[in-house]
Ligand binder design. Structure first.
Ligand code: UD1
Length: 360
């Protein structure tokens, strides 16, 4: 049997990888290993995803943890290379744009192991973002490029990739969403904080550009306080943002509710029922588009333009004072669900079919 290693490391990776693992498993043609680098490690960032998405435990846990970019990437590279040397996989599959993605791809490339990149070709054209560096370099050394939206093909062709390496398959994060939607909840959180469906905003902000600088973070919170005057806000706080918040003194509005990170099913239920989401996450721009929930992206660029052209996303930039006014505007708008092409729950099956052809 041909051997395939799938590499995961952080919260959004798990959501993208699990349906692909299952689709490959269903073919019965491969010996699969799930390798978790351990880039994320808190229970609510990792274990709860394995439990709720009903995924078997990883075959290998590398336990890398946090660190500077070079340090973290180097540790993953070193540990993952040992695994590849011992097992000699016929294909390595990496997901998204995190440090684990690039490190595993680099280890595989140097051992001449073919790489498949799920979510290839997205570009913000902003090389100050660590994720953009991870995307560009991973795509350069990948042989199979699975894309979620048509414009990714042009981006890859411009960077010298061949057309026959590029496969438009759809979005595996949406595969998970569709499969698990019947189980979405969050009612307990709504009850606890007396939030009504479509009567609150859901916030996730953790990009270094928004939270790492104390002055920026203070302005951002001041603006979210103003939003909370309009509608209550629920913010499950990423550990990176939590750490930075502890270094500043900011007044927090009593309707700006902060919680620990939430589980997948709770978070998704709360996202579906929100009046709007305010975010700097990539995945949430896509999920909110699929769910028809207005999304304000607090960034100056996005690698996911399809969520603006065909979805509910608005790029509002990093002038935080604009956020309350935009929230007011969108609360009076009606949006509905509209999925971009091939965001239909079957992306992972398409990937499995192509992998079968490639390896046989
Ligand atoms: C990483 C990804 C980012 C993705 C995000 C999803 C990179 C470069 N960035 O960012 O693209 O959107 O994951 O969540 O790979 N921490 C904990 N517990 C954890 C994980 C992290 O306390 O389980 C804290 C640590 O202080 C750590 C910090 O969060 O230093 C940042 O973690 P890291 O994995 O470096 O980057 P993220 O900001 O999570």
């Amino acid at each position: 049997m041909k051997k395939i290693d799938l590499i995961v490391g952080a919260r959004p990776n798990f959501i993208k990888a699990f349906p692909v693992y299952r689709a490959l498993e269903k073919t019965g043609q491969f010996s699969l290993r799930l390798i978790n680098t351990g880039q994320h490690y808190d229970k609510n960032m990792v274990a709860v995803f394995f439990e709720q998405l009903k995924m078997k435990e990883p075959d290998i846990n590398l336990g890398i943890g946090s660190g500077r970019h070079g340090e973290q990437t180097a540790r993953i590279l070193d540990e993952v290379e040992k695994e590849f040397l011992s097992q000699k996989p016929d294909l390595v599959i990496v997901f998204g744009d995190i440090n684990s993605t690039l490190a595993a791809a680099l280890a595989a490339a140097k051992l001449n192991i073919p790489i498949a990149h799920v979510e290839a070709g997205l570009r913000s054209f902003d090389r100050t973002m660590p994720e953009e560096i991870n995307r560009v370099l991973t795509d350069q050394i990948s042989e199979l490029l699975f894309i979620t939206s048509p414009e990714a093909e042009g981006n890859l062709l411009n960077e010298g990739k061949d057309k026959d390496q590029i496969h438009f398959v759809g979005n595996t994060m949406i595969d998970s969403l569709i499969q698990f939607e019947p189980l979405f909840n969050g009612a307990n959180i709504k009850d606890k904080y007396e939030l009504k469906s479509k009567g609150y905003n859901l916030i996730t902000l953790h990009r270094p550009s928004n939270v790492d600088d104390p002055g920026n973070l203070e302005q951002l919170i001041a603006s979210l306080n103003k939003v909370s005057d309009i509608t209550p806000c629920l913010w499950p706080v990423h550990p990176r943002s939590r750490e930075k918040m502890e270094t500043i003194s900011a007044n927090i509005h009593d309707r700006l509710i902060m919680t620990d990170p939430l589980s997948y099913l709770e978070f998704m239920g709360l996202q579906r029922d929100a009046a709007a989401v305010i975010t700097d996450s990539g995945g949430i721009q896509e999920e909110s588009t699929f769910l028809g929930v207005p999304c304000l992206t607090v960034r100056d660029n996005t690698e996911r333009p399809i969520t603006i052209e065909q979805g509910t996303n608005r790029l509002i930039g990093t002038q935080y004072s604009n956020i309350p006014g935009t929230v007011k505007e969108i609360l009076s708008e009606k949006s509905k669900r509209k999925a971009p092409r091939l965001w239909d729950g079957n992306a992972s099956e398409r990937i499995a079919e192509i992998v079968v052809k490639k390896l046989h």
